[in-house]
Design a protein around this ligand. Sequence first.
Ligand code: 26Y
Length: 822
Amino acid sequence: ASYGDPQRNGLTANDLFDGMAEHLFYTLGTRAEGASVHDLYMALSHAVRDRLMTRHLATKDQLRAGSAKVVAYFSAEFLIGPQLGNNLLMLGMQAEAAEALRRFGGPGLDQVLDVEEEPGLGNGGLGRLAACYLESLASLEFPASGYGIRYEFGIFDQAIRDGWQVEITDKWLKGGWPWELVYPAQSVSVGFGGHVESYGDEQGAERRRWLPAHRALGVPHDVPVLGYRVNSCDRIRLWRAVAAESFDVHAFNEGDFQRAVQEKVASETLSKVLYPNDGTDQGKRLRLEQQHFFVSCSLQDMLRTLALRGAPVQSFAEHWTVQLNDTHPSIAVAELMRLLVDEHRLGWDEAWTITTASIAYTNHTLLPEALERWEVGLFGSLLPRHLEIIYEINARFLQQVRLHAPGDLDLLRRVSIIHEDGTKAVRMAHLATVAAHHVNGVAALHSQLVKTDLFPDFAALWPGKFTNVTNGVTPRRWLALANPPLARLLGETLGDDWPAHIERLRQLEPLATDSGFQQRWAACKLACKRRLAGVIAEQSQVLVDPTSLFDIQVKRIHEYKRQHLNALQVVLQYLRIKHGETEGMVPRTVIFGGKAAPGYWMAKLIIRFISGIAETINADPDNRGLLRVAFLADYNVKLGERVYPAADLSEQISTAGLEASGTGNMKFALNGALTIGTLDGANVEIRQQVGTDNFFLFGHTTEQIAELRSDYRPWEWVEKVPLLREALDLIERGHFSNGDGELFRPLVQNIVGRDSYFLLADLPDYLVSQNDASRLWADPSAWQRASILNTARSGYFSSDRAIREYAERVWGVEPLPVAMGC
Ligand code: 26Y
């Protein structure tokens, strides 16, 4: 096979320049003279894409010809971030790209990278995790495909107007997005609605068949995912819905043509927009349609490639391993059964063996409001055959439970896939758990709670099924790409290939007390802080001092993540300044960022509150530079790349037991921030790894919170904190809302009245820890040492480690290096 034109594969600045010139002319229809920044971005992207193509085709050819098991990572979200800079890093062509651009004489590489629209095809942690995992899969040379949805509109862009969040449609495709490859010939058809009937097959056996009322076509759009300095180039296959015009339009009269157009619109709605809720399942029909759409397309695609390998359907589980990223794709259990039993005519038992051998499930939450349930009426009207299959799976499963615990009717009720009290509903987490060969949580504590709190009955039935794979993040994007000064220092210290061998960070440990190294370390941090200060100034006209302690909390806005605890702490610091009680305080810049779900009113009020305190505090001359507050608008992957490297202190302050893992916490630690945090999610493991002295711990433990819950009277905690009464009064009386005494009352009531997330119980300890952080900051050498140790000991949180664990313990897959004929 040919792997392309050698010139289009060349890795020198010259080759890249030639490639760009050609693409400017032939692909973009423009001339180099007068090319805009966007033209240059497109030309460079196409030239880089050419270099991926060789590797991508070699990877696909090798897979098609062989029989290696391939990972299918099913996820409703892939938050992949900007592609150009990352692909240049993967290819090792950053300097060459900068040089090629210099020869055009126009804008530099940073300016060109900055025009890329990032595809916001995810809400937050779960979607970004999927992106890190695909990157590590490729970098470790595992054959893999992500499967998901090509939303035309991703997560909304956030603007802040008068302190409030305003949502703006995310038109990421408007300028043309050069990183996808469309394969219309590989489109597949998906059914919806209709009914099920029985019929006798050729052998006279009774069979069921589904006659859908509607069909839509899924058109695959592939985003190539190149590994770091290897030839493996996997892909994320995203499905776009288009109308299935399988009928002859001319045979219809004019009225029916109108209807055909309406159906087209309805079909295309399927992949129109990402639901911006992370956390609360609203049981919306369109969401179920989206889930079924991408899952069905993907499984059909996988069966097709099985046929291309000349392998029988019976061998499905030897060729594919499916990972369900939460329950969003869990309809796969029923759809795979339907495809095997109805379409491929396998017997139930054989089909069930295949299904359970190929599917594994990752749980990302314990919060009841995030656990997906579909009302049986809705489910059956959209997927009547799938509902039948789920009932059959459930009947057989409950039979097994009866044998295990005869007479325990309450157990049957608890574990049933169908929730039976009140409105009947399908519990998707139960469906996934019954079918999966492994169920994993995403941090040690979380996986423990999955067994003890969420699924104790299932854990008793199948103790071996439950496991932990602590999340990880890719050190390529989150260190090598995001933090150029530190990347350079690490290159000099650990050797240039450190991003592929992150365990080498350990070699920094002996340097942690070396004053020369500490100084270079501090200089890197300062450079990143200046860069972020520039972003803040540009966005909000707030001027911040890059030498102050950068104290940062970025993540989706949620009550359980407790941004309002941090805000309350800021108000208390402010009062200390107002009262002249500044002893032990150091100059701080407190930075927040994150989006609120559009329908989550309290989260939006928290944003308004942060804006309010920022406005008042930043305008107060009494501050004398001790306190600044900034809310960064439109927090996304691109901004994250500016934020993590600039942090001194990472706020990971969720109520213990509620944050499954967190991954931002890992990105901060990797970039040398110290964490102030609770014993929640992966914080527990971060603290273990970096050392308890290099982590500011506070707050009640999961067990203590559980105990508090039974008899919690938050108002009784108010008097335990000096200045708190005064702070709450100021807030209520409108000190941070231009005298509006109504605006923040619901927030104060929420905290003092119910305090469902135990802010007040954790506040005293939080303040002590914040003081500890200030004290350490006042000793620069001690702080630098702790910062270096955080980076040195964070290698464990690489997604490479996580992927190796999945590969070995869950998937049973091996690396397959890609040989290339060029
Ligand atoms: C049901 C639907 C509304 C829904 C949509 C998105 C529910 C949840 C989500 C997203 C959840 C999510 O992002 N969870 C986060 O996953 C990360 C990766 O494992 C964890 O680090 C983080 O703690 C968890 O909140």
